[in-house]
Design a protein. Structure first.
Length: 165
């Protein structure tokens, strides 16, 4: 009797294990997508008009999280790997912060709406870095990694309950 119950439980666990790798891949994919969403949400322009600069107006930096990241997990041995990336040249400066040296930028001007704009065909320019010696980072990557970890932990906890209960 006890042997039959144990055997039945083992059969149930083996059946559940059959779909385990697919479920783990789904959890990794979902966590990677959540990380990209968080990185995009933390990247200007995101409502912080004071943070908007010439390269921030278009939202191109935020868009590159989705195009440069690899959200489809790759299985190597017992690990699933995905990649959170932003290949824009200035992404690390926005993420980590940077010094601001005083320098002249050709074509830079403040338009009629008070926004910083750039047009190299115009004979204009501004000296920048006069008021701010350091621009603090926004730490988008770190917030995205935390979102990945939270989503993965939540998915794994639900999977554990599903398999063992």
């Amino acid at each position: 009797m006890f042997g039959d119950a144990l055997r039945a439980r083992l059969e149930v666990l083996q059946t559940r294990q059959a779909g385990l790798q697919a479920r783990l891949q789904d959890i990794a994919r979902g966590a990677a997508l959540r990380a990209v969403e968080e990185a995009q949400a933390c990247t200007p322009p995101n409502g912080g008009d004071a943070l908007r600069g010439v390269n921030m107006i278009t939202g191109e930096l935020a868009q590159h999280w989705a195009s440069d990241s690899q959200t489809e997990p790759v299985r190597t041995g017992g690990r699933y790997t995905s990649l959170l990336a932003n290949e824009k040249e200035y992404a690390s400066y926005v993420n980590d912060g940077h010094r601001m040296d005083r320098h002249f930028v050709p074509g830079l001007y403040i338009d009629s709406h008070g926004l910083l704009s750039r047009d190299l065909s115009r004979n204009v320019g501004l000296t920048v870095g006069t008021k701010t010696g350091y621009v603090p980072g926004l730490h988008m990557k770190e917030q995205a990694v935390q979102a990945y970890e939270d989503a993965a932990a939540s998915g794994l906890e639900a999977l554990g309950k599903e398999i063992f209960l």
